[in-house]
Design a protein around this ligand. Structure first.
Ligand code: 13P
Length: 253
């Protein structure tokens, strides 16, 4: 079973509508020759319509960086999965470490949001990853499998297989410090083994597990060459067409 590589760009709180439209248009052109690689972009919510317009017809999909688990109601300041779907999104990013650390998002909330995304017809991209202290304390497997279990806990196998899992060690995010290909592969293999233990075989075989944390053109090929790394979730290097394109090319090689 070969999994189609998926390269995703998390633009975080960068690029307002006009800049986002420009980069979307650049990417639609720059990535036109990609082979066998899926590409997704997560702009800030207000820039989603501009990016959707710019990438129309390119096959690049767009996602929302944050959703609430409720569809509508008195929840000032957030987005719902239904509205993101109606706006044209394909994906919902869920449980990014910045949401967990800066906005107190819990494992339980991540699970509820994954379900809400699926019910609205969005594909969840669920982020998990340990802090440096947890790594130094030998808790990597315990932490990431607890996070994964909370995220997928209530999903049926046919639902779980549509989730993209993004392993993003927190100490590697925005620090320029990347997990080595061996370190990342070890965790990815453990995550796939966890899936294999809990679901019918097709789930572990087909679920894509992306690596995130200072992915750059210089390290992408080696990371993406690992057997259980099926793509990348890219922050800083996704904000320039050249560097993002180089990472997409590394996945297509
Ligand atoms: P960087 O690629 O900037 O380290 O960010 C990774 C990330 O958080 C993607 O979601």
């Amino acid at each position: 079973m070969t999994r189609i590589p998926l390269i995703a760009g998390n633009w975080k709180l960068n690029l307002g509508p006009s800049q986002a439209r420009a980069l979307g248009a650049e990417l639609a052109q720059a990535l036109a020759d990609r082979r066998d690689t899926e590409v997704a972009i997560f702009p800030t919510a207000l820039s989603i319509p501009a990016v959707l317009g710019a990438v129309k017809g390119s096959g690049i999909t767009v996602g929302v960086q944050e959703i609430h688990d409720k569809d509508t109601g008195a929840y000032t300041g957030t987005n719902s999965a239904h509205f993101a779907r109606e706006a044209g999104c394909t994906w919902a990013l869920i449980g990014h470490s910045e949401r967990r650390q800066l906005f107190a998002e819990t494992d339980e909330a991540v699970g509820r949001k994954a379900r809400a995304a699926l019910q609205a017809g969005l594909l969840p991209m669920v982020c998990i990853g340990e802090t440096l202290e947890q790594r130094d304390a030998g808790q990597v497997h315990a932490v990431v499998t607890r996070q994964l279990s909370a995220a997928l806990g209530t999903l049926r196998p046919d639902e779980a297989v549509t989730v993209a899992i993004a392993y993003e060690p927190i100490w590697a995010i925005g620090t320029g410090r990347t997990a080595s290909p061996e370190q990342a592969q070890e965790v990815h293999a453990a995550l796939r083994a966890w899936l294999r233990d809990r679901y019918p075989a097709f789930v572990a075989e087909q679920t894509r597990i992306l690596y995130g944390g200072s992915v750059k053109p210089a390290n992408a090929a080696e990371l993406l060459g690992q057997p259980d790394i099926d793509g990348a979730l890219v922050g800083g290097a996704s904000l320039k067409a050249d560097s993002f394109r180089a990472i997409v090319q590394a996945a297509s090689a």
